[in-house]
Design a protein around this ligand. Structure first.
Ligand SMILES: Nc1ncnc2c1ncn2[C@@H]1O[C@H](COP(=O)(O)OP(=O)(O)OP(=O)(O)O)[C@@H](O)[C@H]1O
Ligand SMILES: [Mg+2]
Length: 345
């Protein structure tokens, strides 16, 4: 594998700081944090008021002196200090005290595929600020593939699609490494944005930020797939009058609206397949593509992928936690030693 399992086994905790959610795995304790990557700050005093779920609920509902911030943007930590404060609170005093007892605290983190050195540096610095003396970085694609139990270190193709909030990453893996990969800066957020824009332009309706997901669910099975009821009723606020109003939305039009961001994703998959060696492509009709990441749950996305590629598509059992569970498995030493160790002579 491109990661050193030996060094990962010596790590005490692992983090996956995503654009939407932050997850922390502590060796021996399991997944201890899975919360939105959000913090609410008092702008008068600079004090942190809330983090995670509670801060998320405050979005769009705060008085002037409170702002809700997201220290991670586009999959990269853009505000290191805030990310550290948020992580400290999410991890909690008890777990932090037990981690501090380690003589040389080591941490692991996953970073997006081909993350630039600045983004990697930001991740390392954030964890060093939390007390880590050494930080191991793991490609999210490898961590996620391990987390959903794919046989990554065999000499056969494993195709994985990590559908995050800020980006979608697609890769063909073989022998524990990435053979071809593509990172498309379109994820769950871009799809939600497309839905909001559509409602605003076509129906002059503003949707509260938390209402997009229920809308997606309402469209479930028919919004992105071409069956089911032709329209859905939704509540929002009129752009002009500011008053509450409900409209009937044509699901076919909604499908068209989210087509643009999804086309970029399909193009990226095409590119990965074109660049992939033919022997590995030949493995895919049998092995299929595995979808992980929170947005893998987006209704109809798997069918769309199946239509576009013609190979079987599977959604991982718990798609959103695959990457952190993969890191966890490597920390706990649950992953077999690499196939490609030097031959004994
Ligand atoms: N049931 C669902 N239907 C549609 N979208 C969903 C569902 N559940 C989660 N999502 C979307 O998944 C995204 C979060 O996924 P995930 O937790 O993998 O993101 P992340 O790891 O924080 O992001 P990234 O890896 O891009 O930094 C959000 O954009 C959210 O809207
Ligand atoms: Mg992620």
């Amino acid at each position: 594998m491109t990661v050193s399992l030996e060094r990962l086994r010596r790590c005490h905790f692992a983090v996956d700081v995503g654009a939407a959610r932050t997850r922390v795995y502590v060796k021996g304790a399991g997944l201890v944090v899975d919360q939105p990557s959000v913090a609410a700050v008092n702008t008068r005093t600079g004090a942190l008021i809330a983090v995670g779920e509670l801060a998320q609920q405050m979005t769009g509902r705060t008085p002037g002196y409170i702002t809700v911030v997201r220290p991670i943007h586009g999959g990269t930590i853009v505000d290191i200090e805030m990310a550290q404060r948020m992580l400290r609170h999410l991890i909690g005093d008890k777990t932090r005290r037990s981690l501090r007892r380690r003589a040389r605290l080591r941490a692991a983190a996953c970073t997006p595929h081909a993350a630039d050195p600045l983004a990697q540096r930001a991740t390392i610095e954030t964890l060093v600020g939390l007390g880590a003396r050494r930080v191991e970085l793991v490609d999210t694609l490898i961590a996620a593939a391990v987390g959903c139990g794919l046989p990554v270190d065999r000499p056969e193709a494993t195709m994985i699609m990590v559908c995050g909030a800020a980006a979608t990453q697609v890769a063909v893996l073989s022998l524990g490494s990435v053979v071809t990969a593509e990172r498309i800066p379109v994820g769950g957020e871009a799809v939600e944005h497309a839905i909001m824009q559509h409602l605003r332009h076509q129906h002059a309706l503003l949707l509260p930020s938390q209402a997009v997901r229920p809308l997606q669910l309402a469209l479930s099975g028919n919004g992105t797939a071409p069956h089911g009821p032709a329209s859905t009723e939704i509540q929002g606020r009129d752009v002009v009058t500011g008053l509450a109003r409900s409209v009937r939305v044509d699901t076919a039009a909604m499908r068209d609206a989210i087509q643009t961001p999804l086309t970029a994703v399909m193009d990226g998959i095409g590119k990965v397949l074109r660049e992939c060696p033919p022997d590995l492509v030949a493995d895919l009709p049998e092995r299929g593509i595995v979808m992980v990441g929170g947005s893998a749950r987006m209704p109809g996305l798997d069918q769309m992928l199946r239509r576009a590629t013609g190979v079987p598509v599977y959604i991982a059992e718990r798609p959103d936690v695959c990457a952190i569970e993969g890191l966890g498995a490597m920390l706990e030493g649950r992953i077999e030693p690499m196939l490609l160790g030097p031959l004994a002579t």
